[in-house]
Design a protein around this ligand. Structure first.
Ligand code: F3S
Length: 396
């Protein structure tokens, strides 16, 4: 790979130990993927923040990078942590876990990372523009950034995203190159979608079609899709298909003027309903955990929950997960007070997947296809997927 003189300086250690390590990661990645050069990025988002996923080895790596003088060069935010940073006791988090999680966040803060822990950074002040090169690692956010904003990112791992933050660079390969962004298969959606849960199911159906081929899907037949629908779809498509980019007619800026790929697959109502069915372990089970906010909720979604909970009492553990940025606005608008008076919990900075809750519950209700996948595989919960309002009613 061709490096500039400044990049050579970083690699040789002249700009500090942590920068050198970061450069080594990027050069190794670039060589594996055949990149010819490094390019500047304007925004970074780092996954691998929860101590539940990082463990002691991850904590040690981050502490060494901070001790080694690592400092971010571009706007950098974090994925959800394993707990609500200000309110972890209320979520029943173990103090030992909290202490380790705080050390993880402290290491990131020493490097200049903004401790906004969210998988929807685009709702919390980390919003790149069209065609900007960025290095994000949360899979649902990567899909959103590429497909809805039209920014350009590969699906980075935690270490490579940190390396980009500390150098302001990423290797030029994959979705940074226009030729890799063209769709290669068309999906004609002939089903009615009106819920976040249904968009999640659609992500599962399309994801399973492209899981092996890694084709870029061109999606037609979605007349209306709110931000909330699309973020649900992104999370699911990334989970079930490993996708980092799709082109949706009417939504994706780059999709305008594209001739649909010849290979076509039609998605029917029957397939969508089968996918919904496959995400639930049955309707008769006793739900003991209700969770909304995968991906993190928008302010509109929190307002919706607030209206439904006002003057009522929940009877089950109910986590409403969002970014601290959105939570602060909810505080100002009085939503938090109403939600907490009803006995539900706004859990900022974290989510039902990265929090250490394995074994605490047996059956979870959610509107998220991604949450179903991880709650079953990581926490061994049974799951039921329902429309958004039905999930709230489960708590009541
Ligand atoms: Fe976000 Fe956690 Fe879901 S990181 S996309 S809320 S699994």
């Amino acid at each position: 790979m061709q490096l500039t003189s400044e990049e050579d300086e970083m690699l040789s250690g002249l700009q500090g130990w942590a920068t050198q390590k970061a450069m080594q990661i990027l050069v190794a990645l670039g060589e594996i993927y055949g990149a010819r050069r490094l390019i500047p990025v304007t925004s970074v988002q780092i996954a691998g923040v929860s101590y539940d996923n990082l463990g002691d080895a991850g904590l040690q790596f981050l502490s060494e990078m901070a001790d080694g003088g690592g400092k971010v060069r571009v706007q950098t935010t974090l994925n959800p942590a394993g707990m609500d940073i200000e309110n972890w006791q209320r979520l029943g988090i173990d103090p030992d876990f909290a202490e380790k999680q705080e050390r993880v966040l402290e290491a990131f803060s020493r490097m200049g990372v903004t401790p906004t822990c969210t998988c929807t950074p685009y709702l919390a002040g980390n919003l790149p523009g069209f065609a900007e090169h960025i290095a994000w690692s949360e899979s649902s956010a990567v899909c959103y950034a590429n497909s809805v904003i039209g920014a350009r990112t590969n699906r980075e791992g935690g270490p490579s995203a940190l390396a980009s933050a500390l150098t302001g660079l990423t290797p030029e390969y994959g979705f940074h190159l226009p030729e890799n962004r063209y769709p290669t298969i068309t999906f004609q959606v002939a089903a009615h979608l009106a819920e976040t849960s249904e968009f999640g199911a659609l992500g599962k159906v399309i994801g399973e079609h492209i899981q092996v081929s890694k084709a870029v899907p061109f999606i037609q037949g979605i007349p209306i899709a709110t931000l909330e629908f699309i973020k649900s779809f992104c999370a699911s498509l990334a989970t079930y298909g490993g996708a980092a980019l799709f082109q949706m007619q009417g939504i994706t800026p780059e999709a305008a003027g594209i001739i649909p790929p010849v290979e076509q697959i039609r998605i029917t109502q029957v397939e969508l309903e089968a996918a919904m069915h496959s995400l639930s372990d049955g309707t008769e089970m006793e739900v003991d955990f209700v969770s909304l906010g995968c991906p993190h909720l928008s302010l509109q979604e929190i307002e919706h929950i607030t209206r439904m909970l006002e003057g009522r009492q929940v009877k089950k553990e109910f986590w409403i997960t969002t970014s601290r940025t959105i939570k602060k606005i909810a505080d100002q608008l009085g939503y938090t007070q109403i939600i907490e008076a009803a006995g539900a919990k706004i859990a900022a900075d974290t989510c039902c997947v990265v929090a250490p809750i394995r074994g605490r519950f047996t059956a979870m209700a959610t509107d998220s296809a991604k949450a179903c996948y991880y709650a079953a595989s990581k926490h061994k919960f049974k799951t039921i997927i329902l429309p958004f309002e039905e999930v709230v009613r489960q708590a009541l």
